[in-house]
Every structure is written in structure tokens, then in C-alpha cells.
Design a protein around this ligand. Structure first.
Ligand SMILES: Nc1nc2c(ncn2[C@@H]2O[C@H](COP(=O)(O)OP(=O)(O)OP(=O)(O)O)[C@@H](O)[C@H]2O)c(=O)[nH]1
Ligand SMILES: [Mg+2]
Length: 617
């Protein structure tokens, strides 16, 4: 394993592990982190030549593949010139920013990727700031230089500005810059260099990321930075060994975040090799490992020497910003489609999630059938909802609400985000109007003179709920937006409803073309003919602000003459089918989303007209 090393100084046991480098890949969402890691893996010849490797091999879970985003940070390791490089791929979406923060403490350096068109974005700033706080050695990679609108020099200047702003020491300003097309597996020292392979990046990593300097003879210490779980080996506690060594079946002290120490026995010690974790007989300080056998390990805990239980500084968790209720499905179709429909099952599943999903909170709601679930944003919560629905759970959820706090002098404060929009200048008008209604303030606007604008806003998180949908419609898909939490500020006042009324099914039955055609005289519809509906289910969007009841099950009056031609002549406009996120964005406070393994339905909280009238009073 580790080569024998001379101590760095006379009388010191500290050694430099020249055989290891630990590097995290960080960036704004979609700037190409996972694609680059794929390239590094492929070019390190970790795979046999006849092994077919797909795309984004690090994005292993279903939702990551479908959504095209990384949700969980992941470790991998490659060997280059005999040096083991542990690589940590991190998520770029702001909702998973806490995940990035937690895993950065395993690294000594970071590769900061910056898209050659977009330049530094809000999450670029966030992750760089975190990396510099931990004194990670940065390597800047200006990526996607093949893009047609690439503006390499401009992006380089912006990046320098960002470093100047965030650096807290001169050392932070000394970083190499590379240029890359991650998708083609090439990195260059200069944008005009011949595009060969990732060799320049491999070289830069081993020459600039510091080798760990550690004391292998000291009592063991490892901070748990990530967790994993499988049915065979149970829980994996993942982290970097800060000092000492660890071997299988060794007794250790497990120190919780609260300082409580328990004596436990490690089962396996696993090191990373490519996409695999392999059993090792020993791991030494400086390396990143996964340990099994500690069933109640949590992020932020320390695994320490059994006789010297000294805790490492723990990891601060990011506070949730949004909450919603998860409750037992009360629709007339309840229990038909899910394997796990009861409140006991729902409760157990939500509390189990807390074990690994550390930015999540679960509290009891107003009734035993209801739970308040808080998370870091709409995506964080919707990924959980989608996961549960795929596992066979059936439940209903409410509109997300912001979590406010009591600030100084007792005033209520709410979360505020920095929103960045890139779009065409023709959409400035409509966006300005829509955002003003959501209490956004324009803080910056840059125009490249070619019709492309970047708009930056200060906006309450509340104002962003439901905005992603509106944004896609308003810009007809010609734009990108991203936002991240920046501060808490005094409550900005009421935001009125920004949506038209719902078209609500008046009775339970099956929707038919004739009934849907009538509904389409009132607005847009959300369902196909043949869809079972129940009274109180939302089947469309009115063109007017108020809700309206429609009978989508109504058949055309039968005449004596059987005329199939008149039925066929009714041409329905195709329904608007909303995704889970769009549904969550759509609903108002008096509405719910019913989630089952087979369907996502929208409904009024109160199903009959009578109940709704009473609730209004
Ligand atoms: N033009 C171009 N596109 C690229 C390049 N590298 C990656 N992409 C594309 O950019 C998109 C995002 O790539 P990912 O590797 O998933 O980005 P990521 O940074 O891991 O994204 P998150 O993990 O969600 O933050 C994919 O559609 C890639 O195919 C590149 O060098 N050039
Ligand atoms: Mg990724």
C-alpha cells in the first residue's frame, strides 16, 4: 500500500503521501463536471478495452440519469503514473449545495469548471467560496470551448474577478488555468493547442494538488462526510482518514455530532478503484475510504481510535428553506395504485429518509396522517417525492411554502435568492412584468450587443415558487435561469396569486371527448379522454381568475341516428400534461397534488362545491 516515507522534519511523524491526491470537481449546474469525470475514468484505462462504457457513468441513479443532473456527490479513484487520484464529483444544482459543502473536506484541491459561454454563475461563486474557506488548491478549467458562442477571454476575466473578490490570501490567487472540451475528453494549456486528450489535466492535478501531509502513526481520526447504503453490507460511512490507520474488524470509537461516544466494530474497509469499492486490508491517513459496520453513523460524526476518542470539528448543516405537507391520500381513488398507502408506512419512510438526506427535516403535522417535510428547495423535495412514488408509496402533498424565521427585534425574515437569467433581449418586457409581481428587484443587467442579455435579481424564495414554469412559457424556451439562497431579509409583503382559476371535475366518472371539448371552451385541459376523474379533481386551467366546475364525463346526447362521423369531427386540443415539478408549481394553497406510482393528479383540497363554499366562509 503506502510506500515508506521519510518524515518531513526531524522528530516529526508527519509524512507526505506522494502516492495520493484528493480532488473535488465543482461548478455551477450543467457546466460539465460529470462528463469530465467520465473522461478521466475512461482515459485512466480503468476499463477493459472490450468493456462498453456509456455516458455519464457517474450519474448512477435513475433520477440522475433521467433529469441529467447529479444529485449525490460521489467518489471515484483512478491511477495516473502510479499515483492514486481520488475524485469527488459534486452536484451543481443549488438545492444540493449542502452536499457539496460536506464532501469538500475530503479534498486538498478542486477543479473549478466554468462554462465558456455562461461564465461564473451563482453556484460557481458559492462552491468556490466554500473551497477557498477550506484552503483547497484550485485548478480552473474553462470548459465547453467548442460551444459556438464561446467567449473564452471574457470568461477568463470574469473568473479572475471572482477570485479577486473571494480570495482571502495571496495563495488563493495562484491557480493554473486549462481549457477543455470535456465531452471530447480533451484539455489544453492554451485554447489553440492541439486537442489530444486529458493528459494536461492529469499532469496539472498531480503537480498542483498538494499530496496529503499526515501522521499515520497517530490515533485514528476520520470525519464522516457522506453515507451510502445497500442491502448486503448495510451502511457505508465515507470520509477521509485524517490521521492514523484503519483495518477491517477493528474496534473504534464512534463520536456523534452531539459528542456521545460509543464503542463499535468496523466490518470492512473499502477503498475506491474506478467505479468500484474494493476491500482492503489497511487504509492509511490521506486516503478516502468507506467503512461498513457502523449502523448508526451519521454525517458529521467522527470515527476515532477506541482509546483516544477525539472528535474532529463537525460539519454544519444548511437550514431548509421550503416546507410542504405530505399526508395520506384522501382522494376517492386512494389505495388503488400504491403498495404503501397508510400513514404508518408514510411516516416510517419519511423518518428513514432522514438517515442519509441530512438537509431534510420531518415533523409531525396537525393530524396523525400529516407530516411537515422541509428541504432546500423545490428540486430537493420533488426528488424525494419521485423516489417514494417509484418505491410504491401513495400520498398527497401541498404547495411548497417558505420557512421564515424570527430575525432581530422580533421581525419576521424570509429567504432571499440571487436569480440569474440568460435570455434574448426581446423577453425583457414580459419577464420584468412577471418578476415585479413576484417582488423581484433587478440588480444588474448586461447586454452583449448581439441580443443576449443577462438579468440579475434579488427575489424572495416565495416569489420563485412556480416561476420556473412561467419562465419557460414566457421565454418560449429561449432562456436559462438559476438561483441560490443569499440571505434572510424582512418579509417583503404579500404576493398575490399569479395563476388563473382551475377547471374542476363536477362528478366522478370517466372523461370523454364531448365533455372535454366543452371544457376546452373554458380553457386548457390536462387530461386525455378515457381518464378516470373524481369530483373535485382539477382537469384544466380556466382562462379567467376564478375556479369553474365542468362536467368532463358528459356524453353527447344520443340521437336515433348512429352517427360516428360527428364524434370523430370533434378535434380536441392535446392536453397539457404536467410533470411532478410543474404540478407542484401549479397548485395554490387550497389545492393538493395526489401522487401514486401510476399517476400525478391535481385536486382541490375540498372536493365538493359545498365544502369549498364553506371553507371560503
Ligand atoms: N458543448 C459541450 N457540451 C458539453 C461538454 N461537456 C459536457 N457537455 C454537456 O453539458 C451537459 C451537462 O453535462 P454534465 O456533465 O452532466 O454537467 P454537470 O456539471 O455534471 O451537471 P450537474 O451535476 O447537474 O451540476 C450535458 O448535456 C453534456 O453533454 C463540452 O465540452 N462541450
Ligand atoms: Mg454532474
Amino acid at each position: 500500500m503506502m510506500q515508506a516515507k521519510a518524515p518531513l522534519q526531524e522528530g516529526s511523524r508527519m509524512v507526505q503521501r506522494d502516492d495520493v491526491r484528493n480532488v473535488a470537481i465543482i461548478a455551477h449546474v450543467d457546466h460539465g463536471k460529470t462528463t469530465l469525470v467520465d473522461g478521466l475514468l475512461k482515459q485512466s484505462h480503468i476499463f477493459r478495452d472490450n468493456q462498453q462504457m456509456g455516458e455519464l457513468i457517474m450519474d448512477t441513479n435513475d433520477q440522475e440519469r433521467e433529469r441529467g443532473i447529479t444529485i449525490l456527490a460521489k467518489n471515484t479513484a483512478i491511477t495516473y503514473r502510479g499515483i492514486k487520484i481520488n475524485i469527488i464529483d459534486t452536484p451543481g444544482h443549488a438545492d444540493f449545495g449542502g452536499e457539496v459543502e460536506r464532501v469538500l473536506n475530503m479534498a486538498d484541491g478542486c477543479i473549478l469548471l466554468i462554462d465558456a459561454v455562461e461564465g461564473p454563475m451563482p453556484q460557481t461563486r458559492f462552491v468556490l467560496q466554500k473551497a477557498l474557506e477550506l484552503n483547497l488548491q484550485p485548478i480552473v478549467v474553462i470548459n465547453k470551448i467548442d460551444r459556438r458562442d464561446a467567449r473564452i477571454e471574457q470568461v477568463f476575466e470574469w473568473t479572475q474577478d471572482l477570485f479577486l473578490e473571494l480570495a482571502t490570501s495571496d495563495a488563493h490567487l495562484e491557480f493554473p488555468v486549462l481549457y477543455a472540451i470535456g465531452r471530447d475528453g480533451v484539455a489544453m494549456y492554451h485554447p489553440d493547442d492541439e486537442r489530444v486528450d486529458l493528459e494536461p489535466l492529469f499532469e496539472t492535478i498531480i503537480h498542483t494538488v498538494p499530496a496529503p501531509v499526515v501522521d499515520p502513526e497517530a490515533p485514528l481520526q476520520m470525519l464522516v462526510a457522506a453515507l451510502d447504503y445497500d442491502d448486503y453490507k448495510g451502511k457505508y460511512a465515507i470520509g477521509r482518514i485524517v490521521r492514523g490507520r484503519v483495518t477491517p474488524n477493528m474496534f473504534v470509537a464512534h463520536i456523534g455530532r452531539d459528542g456521545v461516544v460509543s464503542r463499535e466494530k468496523i466490518n470492512l474497509v473499502l477503498a475506491y478503484k474506478g467505479l468500484q469499492r474494493i476491500d482492503v486490508q489497511e487504509a492509511v491517513a490521506g486516503d478516502i475510504v468507506a467503512l461498513t459496520g457502523i449502523a448508526d453513523a451519521n454525517i458529521g460524526d467522527t470515527i476515532a481510535d477506541v482509546d483516544t476518542p477525539e472528535a474532529l470539528p463537525t460539519i454544519a448543516f444548511t437550514e431548509p428553506t421550503l416546507k410542504m405537507t405530505f399526508s395520506v391520500n384522501t382522494s376517492p381513488f386512494a389505495g388503488r395504485e400504491g403498495k404503501y398507502p397508510t400513514s404508518r408506512q408514510l411516516r416510517a419512510r419519511l423518518y428513514r429518509e432522514l438517515e442519509t438526506n441530512v438537509s431534510l427535516r420531518v415533523e409531525e403535522g396537525n393530524s396523525p396522517d400529516e407530516f411537515i417535510v422541509s428541504g432546500r428547495g423545490e428540486l430537493h423535495l420533488s426528488v424525494l417525492i419521485e423516489t417514494m412514488r417509484r418505491e410504491g408509496y401513495e400520498f398527497q402533498v401541498s404547495r411548497p411554502e417558505v420557512i421564515t424565521h424570527e430575525g432581530e427585534n422580533g421581525k419576521i425574515v424570509e429567504p432571499i435568492e440571487h436569480l440569474v437569467i440568460d435570455t434574448k433581449d426581446t423577453y425583457i418586457g414580459v419577464l420584468t412584468e412577471a418578476l415585479a409581481a413576484r417582488k423581484a428587484q433587478l440588480t444588474n443587467m448586461t447586454n452583449d450587443g448581439l441580443g443576449n442579455v443577462r438579468l440579475e435579481y434579488h427575489i424572495p424564495t416565495r416569489g420563485l415558487i412556480g416561476f420556473r414554469n412561467a419562465f419557460l412559457t414566457l421565454t418560449q424556451g429561449n432562456g436559462a435561469m438559476s438561483s441560490m439562497l443569499t440571505s434572510y431579509e424582512p418579509w417583503l409583503g404579500k404576493i398575490g396569486t399569479t395563476r388563473m382559476g382551475a377547471l374542476i371535475a363536477s362528478e366522478t366518472g370517466v372523461a370523454v371527448t364531448y365533455g372535454l371539448n366543452n371544457a376546452q371552451q373554458r380553457g386548457d385541459t390536462f387530461i386525455e379522454p378515457g381518464t378516470p376523474v373524481y369530483e373535485g379533481m382539477i382537469v384544466g386551467l380556466n382562462v379567467r381568475p376564478m375556479d369553474m366546475v365542468v362536467n368532463v364525463c358528459k356524453e353527447k346526447q344520443k340521437t336515433n341516428i348512429r352517427s360516428s362521423t360527428s364524434e370523430i369531427s370533434v378535434r380536441l386540443t392535446p392536453p397539457i400534461i404536467m410533470s411532478l415539478e410543474q404540478s407542484l408549481d401549479f397548485i395554490n394553497n387550497d389545492e393538493l397534488v395526489e401522487v401514486t406510482p401510476q399517476n400525478i393528479r391535481l385536486r382541490k383540497r375540498y372536493l365538493t362545491q359545498h365544502e369549498r363554499a364553506r371553507a371560503r366562509e
